[in-house]
Design a protein around this ligand. Structure first.
Ligand code: SAH
Length: 341
């Protein structure tokens, strides 16, 4: 049975028309689900008993089980159990500008980035929209907060699960529902070029971040196998097209890996690469994991890299570090849980 949380408002409107009901029932249901946040169809008191009975037969209302929650300064890391037993992570971060939630898009990931914990567990399946929506509702309830920002930077490659992720964006963005503004949502991809183009044409007004992590093809091939399919030149040309068409600035994420991609010559190479592109570079201190050999660059090294980019007129920021105590690196919690360590 499909979850009621898998439906966009438009889908529900279509559904009600198809069973000979009025379209506005969909708005009423959205109001109960996402504004009043009830837990059952029975609580939807402005619907007729007959319709409630019908909905109970047609849709599931189940929430996800919260398996664990790890707390650290300004960060909460959740492990959820899906209805088929698979597990996913979500990380809530308190910022001075609001609460942001890092959402997973797949169980496991097939992109095999060398530094990333998620890829150690290969993709089992795509998440469906309800499995990305429910963590938002449940964490808001658990912590008694409102989430103001969403980043699709958890486990999985969002552009390897394009249709479900687009539906998720429609649901979360709906003014009659959760009403999270598209400019407060960021989708991050390792660089699946054809989907970046689809996303550009889709015009959802959602921010786009690209995991770059290297300043030349040689290095990027080693770190991110996707680069062998869509190399840097192709990726950057695509980003230029995207910026020209959407008029939106793109974020380029760059993990700082000790002695791998963090020298001044890398910084210069990176500055050349992004010259003329309306973007900003986000330097990410690497979150070390016990399973992978990469080490984080020292603060000093990161600052030197940062200065070099600045001097070369690149817009650049350094990401605040969160939750190294709670294993906030992508995929860490789940893989530790699976291994019982
Ligand atoms: N597949 C998407 C989104 C998931 S990863 C993507 O590649 O963009 C979100 C970001 O976290 C990516 O930039 C990823 O490269 C980065 N990341 C993965 N492991 C990390 C770690 N251990 N420390 C810091 N960032 C990491």
């Amino acid at each position: 049975m499909k979850s009621i949380y898998d439906y966009s408002l438009k889908d529900l409107e279509k559904y009600f028309l198809s069973i000979g009901e009025k379209k506005f029932k969909a708005v009423q249901i959205y109001d109960w689900l996402y504004k009043k946040r009830v837990d059952s169809f029975e609580e939807m008191t402005n619907l007729k008993q007959e319709l409630i009975k019908h909905l109970i037969e047609q849709f599931s209302f189940e929430h996800l089980e919260i398996l664990s929650r790890l707390d650290d300064v300004d960060v909460y890391k959740y492990l959820f159990k899906l209805n088929d037993g698979n597990k996913i992570e979500a990380v809530l971060m308190h910022h001075d500008y609001g609460n942001s939630l890092c959402v997973s898009t797949q169980v496991g990931c097939n992109m095999s980035c060398a530094f990333c914990e998620s890829g150690r567990l290969k993709k089992v399946r795509n998440l469906i929209p309800s499995e990305m929506i429910l963590p938002i509702l449940q964490i808001e309830r658990d912590l008694k907060i409102r989430i103001s920002h969403i980043v699709l930077m958890g486990i999985g490659e969002p552009f390897d699960n394009y249709e479900n992720v687009m539906k998720f964006l429609d649901i979360v963005n709906e003014p009659k529902g959760i009403e999270l503004g598209s400019r407060h949502i960021t989708i991050s991809t390792c660089g699946v070029v054809p989907k970046i183009l689809d996303f550009m044409d889709n015009d959802k007004q959602v921010n786009l971040a690209i995991s770059l992590h290297a300043s030349n093809d040689n290095l990027r091939n080693k770190l991110m196998p996707i680069n062998k399919v869509y190399n840097l030149q192709l990726l950057l040309n695509t980003i230029k097209k995207y910026v020209a068409k959407t008029n939106r600035r793109v974020t380029l994420e760059y993990i700082m890996l000790k002695d791998v991609n963090d020298s001044i010559s890398h910084a210069r190479e990176l500055a050349d690469l992004v010259k003329g592109i309306n973007c900003y570079v986000n330097l990410i201190p690497y979150n070390e994991t016990s399973h992978i050999e990469f080490k984080k660059s020292s603060k000093e090294r990161i600052l030197k890299f940062y200065d070099c980019l600045k001097r070369n007129n690149v817009n650049v920021t350094i990401r605040r570090e969160f939750g190294s105590k709670v294993m906030a690196a992508c995929g860490q919690l789940r893989s530790n849980y699976e291994e019982g360590s």
